[in-house]
Design a protein around this ligand. Structure first.
Ligand SMILES: O=C(O)CCC(=O)C(=O)O
Length: 314
């Protein structure tokens, strides 16, 4: 077992253009920062769309606001074609997702979190909080129902202390503005992806790192790492990002895309986008009632056989 860290790690994760460095950071620290991935033109369209949509949602009283000035624009794939472009704009981002999840994975959710001036750090959490801690050898097998989030052991230091469930989720944060320590860059507790525990949400976490990154980067993290939107202590800066959260294909995504995407968006999808959005089966999971081991698109309900009568004389 490694000893708990009480000071800042000596080699914090730094932005890089080198995929090998990014893979190593992901393995060792639980997150990485890869720069220069989004073109300026796409980034400008994304910023404009997030700002416009966020203002409209506030105006129409449907905004998801936290802490006053911090806003999440949810389910962005329904809210502008530029968000769909992010899914496939950078092969390197998929290389990193495959590094964690192997070749098959599907989108779980995509949102635009805006950290506004004067907001406190979000509650520390792990996105993949639902994977149960594995039993120590020699202890009785826990029942899944006994491992609810509210009864899991919470920790304030990332000391490895339980056998680990592998990462089955990764999150990408596309930085549409510069992410700085002052304006609410995502904060991480390095190594906590290997702790096997959940964080105490409101503990101060002096060892947490701000993932400072220039606009146009991706910050990518292991679903088990403890993280949060950082405090925005600026007077007037809005930190804007878009998240794409991917899961292994046997995991239930946060958003049911085949059900929740607007028909006009579905009509534009490429084959790759349909795969990423879970319009295909995995082995026979996700089928429409006729299991098959072939990887294929499921048929929508309207195209499935319903109640039938034999034809007379047949
Ligand atoms: O806004 C951020 O920096 C972090 C967002 C976050 O915690 C999440 O998507 O799970």
């Amino acid at each position: 077992m490694r000893a708990a860290r009480e000071t800042m790690p000596e080699t914090p994760v730094r932005p890089t253009r080198d995929l090998d460095v990014a893979r190593r950071d992901l393995d060792t620290s639980g997150y990485c920062i890869l720069t220069n991935l989004i073109s300026d033109a796409l980034r400008a369209r994304l910023v404009a769309r997030v700002q416009e949509q966020a203002a409209a949602e506030r105006e129409q009283s449907v905004a998801n606001l936290q802490d006053g000035n911090t806003q999440w624009v949810g389910n962005v794939l329904n809210k502008g074609a530029a968000f769909m472009e992010l899914l496939s704009c950078a092969d390197a981002s998929h290389d990193l997702v495959r590094h964690e999840l192997d070749n098959d994975y599907i989108l779980s959710c995509s949102n635009a979190p805006i950290a506004g001036p004067g907001t406190a750090r979000m509650a520390m959490h792990a996105d993949q909080h639902w994977t149960p801690p594995l039993p120590e050898s020699g202890t009785p097998n826990p029942r899944l129902g006994d491992l609810r989030y509210d009864v899991l052991e919470r920790a304030t230091a990332a000391t490895p202390r339980r056998p680990l469930f592998p990462a089955c989720m990764v999150t990408l944060m596309w930085t549409l503005t510069d992410f700085t320590r002052e304006n609410g860059a995502t904060v991480f507790v390095p190594d906590s992806h290997l702790s096997g525990c959940q964080p105490e949400p409101r503990a101060p976490f002096a060892v947490a790192h701000s993932a400072e990154a220039p606009a146009g980067s991706v910050i990518l993290w292991d679903g088990r790492i403890w993280h949060a939107t950082g405090a925005n202590v600026t007077a007037d800066q809005y930190r804007i990002g878009v998240t794409n959260n991917y899961v292994a294909p046997m995991i239930r995504p946060l958003v049911n895309y085949p059900y929740s995407l607007r028909p006009e968006v579905v009509a534009t999808l490429t084959e790759r986008e349909r795969q990423l959005l879970g319009f295909t089966t995995w082995t026979s999971y996700g089928n429409e009632g006729v299991p098959s081991n072939r990887f294929r698109y499921f048929r929508p309900a309207a195209e499935q056989p319903g109640e039938m009568q034999p034809t007379k004389g047949a």
